[in-house]
Design a protein. Sequence first.
Length: 192
Amino acid sequence: MNAPLNTPLEIALDETGLPEGQILADSVRQWRSDCQSGQFKIGAATMRGPKLDMEIVGAQISSGEFFGYPLQTWLAVLFVDPDGVLASILFKTESLDNFEELRRQYRLKGETLLGKTIRAAMSKRASRANGESYYAVEFEVTSEGRYARQIAEFRQLRYHSGLFRLLPGPAENDEGDKADGQAEPARKGKGK
């Protein structure tokens, strides 16, 4: 959807279903990893369980003081979710490190994570700082992806860094750029 903001867009309400293997990419669905409850959510409230299968379209690292956290590194992942919808999710701290280790392992084997189904799973941890528990996300490749051909085509035709929407309203990252998007504020003091 690259139309100017002042141009209204008609929403086709009569469209139903998707042809087999097609990706719904008219807007990016916002997923969240709620590391206090150990659940993945769509938006702020739709709980979908402790595991999320993803077929990655792209990933982006940003640094910033997002959601009231001190300056740190964030990983945004653009992926096709189990419903066949183009989606995004943010990870930080230990979860980011776990994703990077999976990517590193596959890179050392001469393989890519593109074209594979990656399972993100909540794993319970105990906080040394305050004794409370939280969840970190661990990643594993579970199979070849169902949407590999469609993702490759999407990356060639429509993929660009503007698809990553990180923040609710304008905020500066460490390079002084502005970013906008949707995500709920996280609670301080717990790892994601």
